[in-house]
Design a protein. Structure first.
Length: 229
């Protein structure tokens, strides 16, 4: 048991009740689910209802207490707390590159199958930096569109095409050689913030929700999938 968990076990009073959580699918799979058993061991009076989806849901409509979201935040009136940072990387399977060649410039991507999403994003273009450090964008086009990042990761691993995914999602695949970085010298490396979002005002947040956000923030700071400043 960590010092944090030991301290949490001795806090009083103990929060109880249900906490409904909405989490980005790949982030939940790669970075959050492994922490939940430890949280539930500390807070045995709390029951979690976890929904993993890449769709941005309305907290009121879905009766969610907190959502974990990645990337630019809309001005929705929701309160937010930053949990960590990551950034996008452009990746492909070695089998794809052996068959279709390695793009040497951003313009070379025009001749490649680039995997894209079905859901709306504020910035659907892929971002790169040119030789002098100026930001440039590329609009990906391919023969398949996907509704979640985990499906995109699996099809990329299968050699279907090139994708841009968050580093936390593919770091283990890169280390194992199952995926390789593409156009890394042109990588923009713009920080993608991960936030917990919830309804305010903050001072009225139920303790059962607050302790979950605090627990995730404390653990994700040292998460091996995350990039740090």
């Amino acid at each position: 048991m960590t010092a944090l968990e030991d301290g949490l076990l001795h806090e009083t009073p103990r929060p109880t009740g249900d906490v409904r959580v909405n989490i980005n699918l790949p982030f939940g799979l790669q970075c959050v689910l492994d922490f939940l058993p430890g949280f539930l061991a500390c807070y045995q009076g709390i029951r979690l209802s976890v929904d993993l989806t890449d769709q941005v849901v309305d907290l009121v409509e879905h009766r969610a207490d907190v959502a974990i979201r990645i990337g630019p935040m809309r001005d929705s009136g929701l309160l937010q707390r930053k949990l960590m940072e990551t950034h996008f990387v452009t990746v492909a399977a070695p089998s794809y590159l052996e068959t279709h060649g390695i793009p040497e410039t951003v313009n070379d991507l025009e001749g490649h199958n680039c995997l894209t999403f079905t859901f709306r994003r504020q910035t659907p273009e892929w971002k790169f930096c040119d030789e002098v450090g100026q930001l440039q964008t590329f609009t990906p086009k391919g023969n398949i569109l996907l509704g979640d990042g985990e499906s995109m990761r699996r099809l990329t691993l299968a050699g279907t095409g090139i994708a841009q995914l968050s580093l936390f999602q593919v770091q283990e695949d890169l280390a194992a050689g199952k995926l390789v970085l593409v156009l890394e010298r042109f990588a923009a490396r713009e920080p993608q913030n991960v936030h917990a979002v919830f309804m305010g005002p903050n001072r009225y947040m139920p303790q059962r929700v607050r302790v979950l956000i605090d627990y995730l923030a404390a653990n994700l700071q040292d998460d091996r999938h995350a990039t740090k400043k």
